[in-house]
Design a protein around this ligand. Structure first.
Ligand code: SF4
Length: 349
């Protein structure tokens, strides 16, 4: 089932639209300057939508200042106090993320819905395995996929009852399999766009792997309209990771994908540094290219030939290939400058 289309500022999700990358601010909104700089940096890196916590009226109050300076859609994350939701909407946010169960009853949800309608913005209902309703936990004993989907359905009903349908849903658990199964179950029944993520995925390598396995599985099933790789760490790394997941599945036709071999006992050139530097230098390029950096002549020429350009290294030197053709021999020091020059020549850089 395809998701219905929802508009968020100048972007659209669901329908035939591409999957978008989201991240969340980890700095209080009241640090206005820092927030603006961070969003701009992430936007350069390819972020599509940013979410920020609005825990009090002071944060809601600075929203106008922040929104004036950023281009991408901003989602206000609200808990407990419906007045923060209303104030954020009035101050111009482009979407609301809310849990209707924790903002004080139906009458308050109704007031928020009235405001959402007036301003024509969508809402994301976030279901999280860690904050499931008590009666659902009693019914299912654990935050099972079925329990999570039932919770999502309840929240949808809350909004539907007040004639509101401009809804995005997220169903997250820190357990990868539960999250994948819950989203599959949800998609069989409902066509609301789904925001994907593995909540509390952790830091570094384990966070990346858990998120990639979970989000990747769902995307490969054709499920998911926006993604967030939740990492204990800098927000910008969530953007790079999200884009890498989309690129891996052919869902993002932009950016430089660097293929590199793991190295082995045959490697005679330090390609770790070359690959790190190359990734750093190409990380904000939006045009699409595949560049291979290979350690030796075993798989090197084959991979380098298949890529747009690449090198097969020898002992402190390399053979440079472009579009399948062997172009020239270069020294190891010339690898990065040669690739960057060729990217520029092709109008990619
Ligand atoms: S390409 Fe060469 S150096 Fe790299 S892993 Fe394969 S055999 Fe080893």
């Amino acid at each position: 089932m395809n998701a219905r289309e929802i508009k968020i500022k100048d972007k659209a999700i669901g329908g035939e639209n591409p999957v978008l990358v989201q991240s969340m601010l980890k700095t209080p909104l009241t640090n206005v300057k820092e927030v603006i700089n961070q969003v701009k940096e992430m936007e350069m890196a390819g972020l599509d939508i940013i979410r920020g916590a609005v825990p009090d009226m002071e944060c809601a109050g600075v929203l106008k200042k922040v929104l004036k300076e950023i281009n991408i859609p901003f989602v206000a994350d609200i808990h407990f106090d419906y007045r923060l939701a209303i104030e954020s909407i009035k101050n111009g946010v482009n979407k609301l993320r809310i849990n209707p169960g924790n903002i004080g009853g139906k009458e308050r949800v109704k007031e928020v819905v009235r405001c959402l309608k007036d301003y024509g913005i969508p809402v994301r209902i976030g279901v999280n395995g860690g904050s499931l309703e008590k009666d659902l936990l009693e019914k299912y004993h654990h935050p099972t996929p079925e329990a999570l989907v039932e919770s999502a359905y309840r929240s949808i009903e809350y909004f539907n009852e007040f004639g509101y349908d401009n809804i995005v849903v997220s169903i997250k658990s820190s357990d990868v399999k539960t999250t994948v199964e819950a989203n599959r179950l949800f998609r069989k029944k409902y066509d609301y766009p789904l925001h994907l993520g593995i909540t509390e995925a952790g830091s570094g390598m384990s966070g990346l792997v858990r998120s990639s396995v979970g989000i990747g599985n769902m995307l490969y099933d054709g499920i998911g309209d926006t993604i967030r790789v939740s990492l204990t760490g800098k927000s910008i790394n969530e953007v790079y990771a999200g884009r890498e997941i989309l690129m891996s599945l052919g869902l993002l036709n932009e950016g430089v994908r660097v293929i590199s071999c793991p190295t082995c006992g045959r490697t005679k050139t330090n390609i770790y540094d070359i690959v790190d530097r190359l990734k750093e230098e190409t990380k904000n390029i939006k045009k699409q290219a595949v560049v291979a950096v290979m350690g030796c002549a075993v798989n090197g020429p084959g991979e380098a030939k298949e890529a747009d350009m690449g090198v097969a290294c020898g002992d402190g030197n390399a053979v440079f290939f472009k579009r399948g053709e062997k172009i020239k021999g270069i020294s190891a020091e010339e690898i990065i400058p040669t690739i960057m020059q060729e990217l520029e020549k092709d109008g990619i850089k």
